[in-house]
Design a protein around this ligand. Structure first.
Ligand SMILES: [Zn+2]
Length: 58
């Protein structure tokens, strides 16, 4: 299984495909050679960032 990781370089942001066995490894960006940490699997699609719990209402 392959999945995409995004280059952390703000000037690049290139997505590249990595293999499942590349998890927990460092790959180099194809464009800017920035090391990309392959940590998690495919990014959750369309999931908004969890909002903090609202303060209790009295
Ligand atoms: Zn890059």
């Amino acid at each position: 299984m392959v999945f995409a990781v995004q280059c952390p370089n703000p000037k690049c942001r290139k997505y590249q495909l990595v293999e499942d066995h590349d998890r927990n490894k460092i790959v180099s960006c194809l464009l800017c050679k920035t090391p990309i940490r392959v940590g998690s699997g495919p990014p959750p699609s369309g999931r908004p960032t969890p909002s903090p719990t609202p303060p209790p209402r009295r």
